[in-house]
Design a protein around this ligand. Structure first.
Ligand code: ATP
Length: 220
């Protein structure tokens, strides 16, 4: 469970202060498929980055499974980001010289990759329908395939929490629906919490948790 406790974030751009979040309080239930919806600039990505401890709030706190992100020492924050959270970005963030399986293994490269891990990466790529694309580099893959590699990369560590920022923003609607299909199947199998930032409401289904944002606040 993630508790957002009066979370505020002010970005500074030169002399100008941008109040991206103005006191967000909400609960994201464990195991939920949660959408953060809202117009451009309403603070969705900022909130997601704070949940992933990629940035720190200006005020307020985020409590994940009883642990305050503010109070975590840097070493605990590092392991939270590395082991507990799977990130999926709009632009896929794949390395262009690596094939699909090595891209899925990127988070593990600093620690070393053994055969068992590599087999798991191959299994996950198969699971997202890429059995014939294992040796392809990103420029040999379609956008939807690249995003499926990114999903496999995020899931390889079996994270408790998956944070996705506009995961279908660069995909056509049919490919976007396929990517959501994989995310939903994997969510159902693994019971992890999935939080998706999107403009696009068409992927919502009953049972999802929805946070609607406007001007740095939760509207609903
Ligand atoms: N690093 C930053 N420095 C300065 N301002 C920022 C920074 N990141 C975000 N902002 C500003 O904070 C506000 C909220 O941005 P955020 O990216 O969280 O919104 P969003 O709802 O995700 O928008 P979009 O849907 O367009 O991605 C915007 O006004 C944005 O310009």
């Amino acid at each position: 469970m993630i508790e957002l406790q009066d979370v505020a974030k002010t970005h500074h751009r030169g002399e100008t202060a941008v109040h991206a979040l103005r006191g967000v309080t909400a609960t994201i239930p464990e195991g939920s498929f949660t959408f953060i919806l809202g117009p451009s600039g309403s603070g969705k990505s900022t909130l997601l980055y704070l949940m992933g401890a990629l940035d720190a709030p200006t005020a307020g706190d985020i409590v994940v499974d009883g642990h305050s992100i503010n109070e975590m020492p840097d070493s605990a924050k590092d392991s939270y980001r590395r082991d507990d959270v799977g990130f999926i970005f709009q632009s896929f963030n794949l390395l262009k010289n690596l094939n699909a399986v090595d891209n899925a293994l990127v988070p593990y490269l600093p620690r070393g990759v053994n055969g068992e891990l590599k087999s798991r990466a191959v299994e996950l790529l198969k699971r997202v329908g890429l059995e014939n694309r294992i040796d392809h580099t990103p420029n040999q893959l379609s956008g939807g395939e690249q995003q499926r590699v990114a999903i496999a990369r995020a899931l390889l560590k079996d994270p408790k929490l998956i944070l996705a920022d506009e995961p279908t923003g660069e995909l056509d609607s049919k490919t976007g629906a396929e990517v959501f299909g994989y995310l939903r199947d994997l969510h159902a199998e693994r019971k992890s919490t999935v939080v998706v930032v999107t403009h696009d409401q068409s992927h919502l289904t009953s049972g999802d948790t929805v946070l609607r944002m406007r001007d740095g606040r939760i509207e609903e």
